[in-house]
Design a protein around this ligand. Sequence first.
Ligand code: ADP
Length: 310
Amino acid sequence: MTYSTGVDALNNVSLKINDGDFAFVVGSSGAGKSTMIKLLLKEIDATSGVVTVNGYNLNKLRKRKIPEFRRTLGFVFQDFRLIPSMTVYENIAFVLRVIDAPIKYIRKRVPYVISLVGLHSKTNSYPDELSGGEKQRVAIARALVNDPKLIIADEPTGNIDPELSYEIVELLKSINDQGTTILMVTHEHDLVRHFGGRIINITGGEIVFDEVMLGAGDDLISDQESIQYGYALEAASPDSEALQAASAIDSPAPQKPENSADALVDAILKDGEEQELLGAGETPDIPIDQMTPDEVIAAISGEKTSGGAE
Ligand code: ADP
């Protein structure tokens, strides 16, 4: 990936994340981690090479197919990106509502994922009534509700107290145990040492380390040992066992029919301050914060809302 400024953000990257993997992506600031995530979400296009995710060849994916592709993924971000005017239940349920899931299914599935993340007692709470760790659990439940094959978590513990960070990774691990592939970008080396798993170190736009390591549990690890984990590899040679590039697979059958409500996914992908949910290409009359859940659903599914003024 070479940006228009000429910066080579990723070079010679050949990486395959297998179904069922739990992979940590580590690397210092400017190493190319966000660029990798943006490529995987098709927020940007690779300037050369091939990116294939969940069977979609992103180089060839047409713009109108991007929402369908993104529905095969779950996202978890550092800043949670919950909708403040919605309860925990509504924040999760509306992901299903916008893809026209049957009401009966929503009523079963939402409490189920809420209980999976241990938040049953907070079902009717609003985001600002929750701790950072709880908010992130809601975001994880929201990522899970559509039963994605892959969850991409970008610094999910970045805004959470260190002790609670372990719980969040444990939760992601237990989701992984059920078969969901997880790719987690993190700066927190202690977490990576503790849990182990597949560790991919990106340095200077290249993968310099990619191995499955045993977690250290609660044991302290010496500096010497931590070198194994790729943290001291700034000057090291590229990984000798770089994994084979994913071979292109034809697109699988879509999960759901085309739906203009995919503005939801875009809203979740965007930064907090940009977080206005747009209907099919139009600006809502009132900001998301001031909408009732029904108005949000209407707006993101492209229906006209009264807006209260007319
Ligand atoms: P990380 O997420 O590991 O901190 P990034 O992927 O954000 O790293 O950045 C990798 C390199 O690409 C850096 O040199 C950064 O300055 C550059 N870069 C990132 N985004 C852009 C952009 N939109 N335009 C130009 N250069 C960029």
